[in-house]
Design a protein around this ligand. Structure first.
Ligand SMILES: [Zn+2]
Length: 285
């Protein structure tokens, strides 16, 4: 559990208080109504199911009000472990609720993100392994060639990721005809699949699953190369919005919206771009 609902803090804290009451008054557990916190979990779980319709068979609530995700493979994931976590713990041992807790807002970056704001950077590795491949070999078996702006790259075929990248390429090709100056933000393509951990961490990068692409690494900044993350609002806003829009409408998120900015990085996360209810026009960044 990581509480980071920008718009729904009040109801979440009500949920926390109610959950505490549940611990103290066991008889309340028998109540048939769903507590607000469980209702939040259920809504987020449905969001996840919308992003992975061929993999998530059902969302179940057990007798204790906990939400579970059941995959067609038979695997089950507890949606919310209800543990209180620091920011680092959330990154290192998240549950699915943590993964969706920060809304990713599509569209222009109007304000710099705050420290710790990095929607999409919290990932449950086991879930991605279940969808895209358990290990390097299994992921490689799911890779298909995609022609991306004239260069053939490998991308994961599962969950329509490769299809989505192909559509991005078509739309970017058309954009570059009218805006050739954008090339320096897009080319060359620096890589898609690479089984590796995120620099400085033990966590697998989404490049390991073949669902991320890095573009124009020499030109597009990455916080780690500069030693520290930061607001860098001008740089975020200088990136061509049309390029970000193309990726987002095809199910990708952009690392330029993270406090730990990674301007070259786009990753396929349909569950995050399809649900914008928690975003307001000024929420980006
Ligand atoms: Zn990347």
């Amino acid at each position: 559990m990581y509480i980071h609902f920008f718009k729904q803090r009040h109801s979440i804290w009500c949920g926390v208080l109610l959950s505490m009451m549940m611990c103290c008054v066991p008889s309340i557990l028998e109540a048939t109504d769903i507590w607000p916190m469980e209702r939040e979990s259920l809504l987020l779980a449905k969001q996840l199911q919308t992003g992975y319709p061929d993999y998530i068979q059902a969302i179940e609530t057990d007798n204790y009000g906990s939400t579970w995700i059941l995959l067609h493979s038979g695997e089950r994931f507890l949606f919310d472990d209800k543990r209180s976590k620091t920011l680092n713990e959330t990154l290192n041992a998240p549950d699915l609720q943590d993964m969706l807790a920060q809304p990713y807002c599509i569209g222009a970056v109007l304000a710099a993100p705050q420290p710790g704001e990095h929607p999409g950077r919290v990932r449950v590795e086991a879930f991605f392994q279940a969808v895209y491949g358990k290990n390097r070999k299994a992921v490689e078996a799911n890779l298909v060639p995609v022609v991306f702006l004239g260069k053939t790259v490998s991308f994961n075929v599962q969950n329509h990721a490769a299809e989505a990248l192909s559509r991005v390429s078509e739309e970017l090709s058309a954009l570059l005809v009218t805006h050739p100056a954008y090339k320096r933000y897009i080319l060359p393509v620096n890589g898609t699949m690479a089984w590796r951990t995120i620099a400085g961490t033990k966590r697998l990068s989404t490049h390991s699953f073949g669902i991320a692409i890095d573009l124009a690494a020499q030109h597009n900044g990455y916080w780690r190369y500069r030693g520290r993350p930061g607001a860098v609002l001008d740089e975020r806003q200088a990136f061509p919005q049309e390029v970000v829009d193309i990726f987002e409408r095809n199910g990708f998120i952009w690392g330029g919206k993270w406090w730990e900015y990674d301007f070259m990085h786009f990753e396929y996360r349909p569950e995050l771009v399809i649900m914008q209810e928690r975003c307001e026009p000024n929420d980006n960044g």
